[in-house]
Design a binder for this molecule. Sequence first.
Ligand SMILES: NC(=O)c1ccc[n+]([C@@H]2O[C@H](COP(=O)([O-])OP(=O)(O)OC[C@H]3O[C@@H](n4cnc5c(N)ncnc54)[C@H](OP(=O)(O)O)[C@@H]3O)[C@@H](O)[C@H]2O)c1
Length: 265
Amino acid sequence: MSSRWFAPLNAPVNDWQGKRIWLIGASSGIGAALAQAFLALGANVVLSARRTERLELVAAQHANAIVLPFDVLDEQAWAAAQLHIRKHLGGLDLIMFCAAKYQPERSWEMERADIAQTLKINLNSVYEGICATLPDMLKQGSGGIAIIASVAGYVGLPNASVYGPSKAALINLAELLYCDLHGKKISVYLINPGFVKTELTKKNDFLMPALQTPEQAAAAIIQGMQKGQFEIHFPRRFTYFLKLLQIMPYRWRFSLFERFLNQQG
Ligand SMILES: NC(=O)c1ccc[n+]([C@@H]2O[C@H](COP(=O)([O-])OP(=O)(O)OC[C@H]3O[C@@H](n4cnc5c(N)ncnc54)[C@H](OP(=O)(O)O)[C@@H]3O)[C@@H](O)[C@H]2O)c1
């Protein structure tokens, strides 16, 4: 059989020294841990999110860090941020989307304003970032786009009423981006973490199986990129269970969920 079937889907990254990385959502959790790991590996990292003081704390003592705070909901800010990066770094090798909003809620608890804001932060902002950066990557003939979606996007999970569909859309987007951009030497990464202990999951009042630290998540993500993987999902003992739910007949899946929800009371 041709070795093409076993080749990594993206070009493996062996050396992060000097790589120009823009992290959106770098003030806490997985984004902050990724920023610290990439900075330690010698990459030039642009850190964005709304909380400037938190970004400055993450960037502290790293000459290779640029703090560039903005709100992803501000459409004008994207172009300004991109120009700032082009001026200071000359371009980008990787943009990583880590910003998200999550509110655990059943479908009867959803509110219109919250639905719109969650979809804008989780989904529209990724389109904004791609529109701002892809033209330059295409011109330079290299680059990378990494989208943090979630295993919550694999199947419709009760309690993830807005967050889950936003992540399902990101999975779909990453897949089609890969098909479009692979031939143009731009890597596309789909990152699907299980539960990670961050500000985002603090809101969960249920038991989170196989919970990881942000540092473990960052290490798994960087390792996956080094191997040139397209989908980076972890921890596998948990993510494979969710992948199984995807192919399970609906009748079985729904009855499992019903049992889980009854246990929660
Ligand atoms: N934790 C998990 O179990 C888990 C599991 C699967 C997937 N994920 C995904 O992993 C990514 C990181 O999440 P996390 O768990 O590390 O959560 P987190 O600690 O809450 O981080 C979210 C980041 O998004 C930024 N952000 C939110 N709204 C923003 C806005 N309007 N403009 C700019 N930045 C904004 C936050 O910064 P500011 O508040 O300073 O703006 C923060 O840096 C998210 O995409 C999340 O969906 C997490």
